[in-house]
Design a protein around this ligand. Structure first.
Ligand code: CA
Length: 229
C-alpha cells in the first residue's frame, strides 16, 4: 500500500485530502506544521508528498528542497495563490506537480495515482534492465540516480535524469518530442513539448564534449531524438 505524507496547516483541507486518499486505498499521514512535516518527510518512508506552500515554521519551499536533496519521491505542491505556483516553477525546486487551492479532491487523487504509476514505471524499468548503463564515456547508475561523464560525476535535475535515462535505456529508438513529453512529464498542464528541447539542451551541456556535434543524443531533424550507441 502506498504511503503518503500531507503537510498542510489548514486541518479541514488536510482532513478532506486524507479522507479521499484513504478511500482510494492509500495510507496517509498528516503533519500540520512545517517543522513536523520536514522531520517526518526526512525520517519516514513515503511514496509521495503533498506539500502546502505557506506553513508555520518551515515553509513548503524548504521542505521540497530538502526532500529533493535526498530523495526522488514524487512531490505535489499545493498553494492558495496562482502566483505562488509560477514562483515555485521558476525556482526549479524539483516538485513534480502543482495545484492551486481550491481543487477537487478527486482531481488530487487522480494526480497522486498518475505520479505513483509513473514513478513505479521509471524505477521498475530501471530494475529490470541493467542497474548501470555504460555507453562509451557515459555511466548512469539508474538505481542511485547518479551520472558520470568520463569519470567525472555530473548533477542532473530529476527530469533531466529521467529523460537521459529513458533515452539511454532505449538506444537507437527515435522518439518524437511529444512521446518524450508524455513519457517523462505526464501532466499536459505543466508545460509543452518545448520543455523537452530545453531539457535536451541542458543534458547535452553536461554530457557532450561538443554540443554542436553530439555523440550521445542525436537530433533526427523533423522527427525527434535518438540515443546513439
Ligand atoms: Ca497553508
Amino acid at each position: 500500500m502506498s504511503k503518503i505524507l500531507i503537510v498542510e496547516d489548514e486541518e479541514a483541507i488536510a482532513d478532506l485530502e486524507k479522507d479521499y486518499l484513504e478511500l482510494s486505498g492509500f495510507q496517509v499521514e498528516v503533519a500540520t506544521d512545517g517543522e513536523t512535516g520536514l522531520k517526518r518527510a526526512m525520517e519516514g518512508e513515503f511514496d509521495l508528498y503533498i506539500l502546502d506552500l505557506m506553513l508555520p515554521g518551515v515553509d513548503g519551499f524548504d521542505i521540497c528542497r530538502q526532500i529533493r536533496n535526498e530523495k526522488n519521491t514524487p512531490i505535489i505542491m499545493v498553494s492558495a495563490k496562482k502566483d505562488d505556483i509560477d514562483k515555485i516553477r521558476g525556482l526549479g525546486l524539483g516538485a513534480d506537480d502543482y495545484m492551486t487551492k481550491p481543487f477537487s479532491p478527486s482531481e488530487l487523487v487522480a494526480r497522486v495515482k498518475a505520479h505513483l504509476a509513473r514513478y513505479d514505471r521509471l524505477t521498475g524499468s530501471a530494475m529490470e534492465a541493467n542497474k548501470i548503463i555504460e555507453i562509451r564515456g557515459l555511466k548512469i547508475d539508474t538505481t542511485a540516480r547518479r551520472v558520470w561523464v568520463n569519470g567525472e560525476e555530473k548533477t542532473f535535475t530529476t527530469k533531466e535524469f529521467d529523460l537521459l535515462t529513458f533515452l539511454a535505456s532505449h538506444p537507437n529508438h527515435v522518439y518524437t518530442k511529444e512521446e518524450l513529453f508524455r513519457e517523462i512529464w505526464d501532466m499536459e498542464s505543466i508545460g509543452d513539448i518545448a520543455t523537452v528541447t530545453v531539457h535536451i539542451k541542458k543534458i547535452r551541456e553536461k554530457v557532450e564534449l561538443d554540443t554542436s556535434n553530439p555523440q550521445y543524443i542525436e537530433t533526427i531533424w523533423g522527427v525527434g531524438y535518438r540515443f546513439k550507441v
